[in-house]
Design a protein around this ligand. Structure first.
Ligand code: ATP
Length: 135
């Protein structure tokens, strides 16, 4: 019997990053990791900065998702993110530079540092490196 699939789309304000029928998607929700199989019960959750793992035909794809929301219902999952990148589209050197910049800022402990902003920049860079298998 053919395996059950669900529709998945990953959308940013700029473009559709990914749209296909998939077997499984795992995301980092703000309340923890969440795996969605076909026919999952409806839900809406906010997303943390992290890597989404997508399974289709025993192939896995990774997408760096920098926060946003996910809606599940009617055998369709929609990830809405301000920023997201497929692993293949990630510039590893850029993410590495962003990571180093954020780490230097955090280590400097200067009063001028916006801690929350530096921590978020570090998380984005780490998610990109993880998605690109460069961490
Ligand atoms: P940087 O300091 O390198 O700009 P950032 O985390 O501040 O990183 P964002 O503000 O999250 O960057 O993203 C701005 C735009 O640049 C988005 O369209 C995002 O997809 C893209 N982008 C950022 N970093 C990378 C990267 N390493 N590879 C590919 N695209 C990236």
């Amino acid at each position: 019997m053919a395996e059950k699939l669900q529709k998945l789309s990953v959308v940013t304000p700029q473009k559709v990053i990914y749209a296909d029928e998939v077997r499984f998607v795992k995301v980092r929700g703000t309340a923890g990791e969440l795996g969605i199989l076909p026919e999952h019960a409806p839900l809406i959750t906010s997303l943390d900065i992290g890597v989404a793992h997508i399974q289709k035909d025993n192939q896995w794809k990774k997408v760096a998702v920098h926060g946003g929301f996910m809606e599940v219902g009617g055998n369709r999952t929609i990830i809405l993110a301000n920023t997201a990148e497929l692993a293949d589209d990630i510039d590893v050197a850029r993410a590495q530079r962003a990571k180093e910049r954020a780490e230097e800022r955090l280590a400097s402990k200067s009063a001028d540092i916006d801690l929350v902003r530096a921590e978020a920049a570090l998380k984005r860079a780490l998610a990109r490196l993880e998605a690109a298998d460069a961490k």
